[in-house]
Design a protein. Sequence first.
Length: 263
Amino acid sequence: MRSYTFSHAITRKPSTSIIAGLRAVDTGTPDLALMLTHHADYIAALRATGAEVVELEAMQAYPDSVFVEDTSLCLPEGAVVMRPGAASRLGEAAEMAPHLAALYGDVRRIQGDDSFIEGGDILTTETEILVGRSARTNAAGVAELARLVADWGYKLREVFTPPGVLHFKTDCSLLDGETILSTKRLADSGCFEGYKVIYVVDGEEACANSIRFNDLVIMPAGFPKTRAVLQQAGYKVQEIGNTECAKIDGGMSCLSLRFAPTR
Ligand code: CIR
């Protein structure tokens, strides 16, 4: 299954500037030492599935650069470098491009001056690419991405991230070829019609941002009811501490680019 079988991942170490990371609500300063421990656990989980993980150096100039997912979309056929809608993050995308070029034969770019799109708003399933418009991703960005991936044979569907939710994938994750983990507030929009939906348990909305990576569902620690639902459904769950990234609105998907290039 190309949507969750990966040979590679790219991560980037958090830097001391992480304390200046963007956040919707201030719930405290992230503790870098604890974040580094969680980050190492996350990378170990990716590697435990047999994937090769490229660990990039910390970038002081970009406080949010640990959240590499937002810089690019990686597909088997090639990669597309995004244009993040957060002004402080725009430069992160160009920093990622050479690393993708080292692994892929075909690297494309979102280029329009008015196009904005972040990877956190993109959910690639087995049959389509769902892109949620949000405060970070606009119609021009979605349209440009649709053009760029069309000749790789992808159908792209524009959907909407609920107001007040940072990214589309803040509220959902792919679990397998036909199943999505979602909050009720997102699934109620009807965007997952045709998929099987497993709901995160009420009060545990913050674990909707999980990832299916090879045989594992990697989810943030501290959401026991949803974890039990996933285990009962037959998924092999690995929990990773996320208290520090959560303070700056980051989660499991944001921390990696996941892919299997065909070159
Ligand atoms: C931001 O606001 O851009 C970061 N503090 C969090 C980014 C999280 N990324 C993601 O959900 N893909």
